[in-house]
Write a protein that binds this ligand. Structure first.
Ligand code: NI
Length: 412
């Protein structure tokens, strides 16, 4: 699919009604495109976004127009504060994630990654850029209260949102908005559904401990490889036979390691995997069933199962109130036709869910396919978000913050 992503020929946003285009007059649109391409060319892995953070802190002042005193770095997170029309008003946040993935880029774009084996394959280059764009728009037309621009590292490893929350910088924030590019939708389409938008992602490690032996004397062994084979099939019965067929859930075993040679029965096997669902009850059920089936299957094969669960991000379930604000923002910036339903159950995870455990908010999906482009999944070496999606994300997130701020201020 290389070459299906056409490099944009213009730095002017080509989508949306005049209200969207008029917001990016002057040098702003070309500055944002330049920033996005620079970020894409110089991707940094989760937790290592040092140059990215430096570049974004500079962009907050030089492109968006924040005062240096209103920009703060916490590790590789960058937080900008945009003063509202009156002090003491409700504080609202806009988040863009900034980290890249360990993938060798294969887009063939003129601004493709210059870092071997590292790539912005999830569109976080665009998310960071549209957060800067939103900052510029909120400086030009401030919200009722202050707006925090949160440039968040380490989304891909589910550490960044937790670190930002732990720093206390979001204490007192009344609403938070974020979005993800999505090439299933064309530029100008935005998903702002209430209800489930992303899944929980818990991980498990199962160590099957048996007894090693010579491969020719299996009767002296407790063979963890045969046990692992049975366990793999048994774990798939959770989704096939324990969940209601209409309830979304995934049990995937991603790795299995055992053995050193063809004539040795090893003494242990290790399996790891991920559990995805969109509601708390199913999330508990999947974890409980993995433990139960691993323990019981191990016993049937005279093995011991040691099961370790690591809780990942919870599902994102957009609540009606903040979703209504985001939908109003989409209508204002792009028109009624721009709102489209997700239309699928998304079982990918997103650490924005960590914010929504504590702060009311809404997470959107922003169309990022060129009108003549093809859908390409994120995390593919061919993935790149259409450049015009920068302007959609910036305008919609800035307006979401404004709408929320006005509504919260009116509540008093
Ligand atoms: Ni992503």
């Amino acid at each position: 699919m290389t070459g299906t992503v056409q490099p944009p020929t213009t730095a002017t946003p080509g989508v949306g009604p005049l209200s969207l285009q008029s917001q990016f007059r002057g040098p702003l649109s070309s500055q944002l495109v330049t920033l996005r391409r620079a970020l894409h060319q110089h991707p940094e892995l989760s937790g290592l976004e040092i140059e990215t953070a430096r570049r974004l802190a500079t962009a907050l002042t030089d492109v968006a127009g924040l005062r240096p005193a209103d920009v703060r770095c916490i590790g590789t997170a960058v937080i900008g504060r945009i003063p509202g029309r009156r002090s003491g008003g409700p504080v609202v946040a806009v988040r863009g994630d900034i980290d890249a993935l360990p993938i060798q880029e294969a887009t063939g774009l003129p601004y493709a990654s210059e870092v071997a084996g590292v790539m912005h394959a999830c569109g976080h280059d665009v998310h960071a850029t549209w957060a800067i764009g939103a900052a510029a728009l909120l400086i030009a037309a401030p919200a009722a209260g202050d707006v925090l621009i949160v440039l968040q590292p380490a989304e891909e490893i589910d550490r960044g949102a937790a670190a930002v929350l732990d720093s206390g910088v979001l204490d007192g924030v009344a609403a938070i908005f974020g979005a993800h590019v999505d090439r299933r939708f064309t530029v100008g389409q935005v998903v702002a559904d209430d209800g489930p938008l992303a899944a929980s992602a818990d991980t498990f490690l199962i160590e099957l401990v048996g007894r090693g032996a010579h491969a020719a004397r299996p009767q002296e062994s407790a063979d963890p490889i045969v046990g692992a084979g049975a366990l793999i099939g048994a774990l798939q019965s959770i989704v096939a036979r324990r969940l209601h067929p209409a309830t979304p859930g995934v049990v995937t075993i991603g790795t299995i390691h055992a053995g050193t040679a063809n004539n040795i029965i090893p003494d242990r096997a290790i399996l790891t995997g991920t559990l995805r669902t969109v509601d708390p009850a199913t999330r508990r059920l999947l974890r409980d069933e993995v433990e139960r089936i691993a323990t019981a299957t191990a016993a049937a094969y005279r093995l011991e199962a040691k099961v370790t669960m690591e809780l990942g991000p919870p599902p994102i379930v957009n609540p009606p109130g903040p979703t209504a604000w985001a939908r109003e923002a989409v209508r204002t910036t792009l028109g009624d036709h721009a709102l489209v339903p997700l239309g699928i159950v998304n079982l990918a995870a997103e650490d924005f869910a960590r914010y929504m455990e504590r702060i009311p908010g809404c997470f959107l999906r922003v169309g990022a396919r060129e009108p003549d482009g093809v859908p390409i999944a994120a995390h593919s070496p061919h993935f790149a978000a259409a450049e015009d999606s920068i302007f959609v994300g910036a305008a919609v997130l800035a307006e979401s913050a404004r709408v929320a701020s006005e509504a919260l201020a009116a509540r008093g």
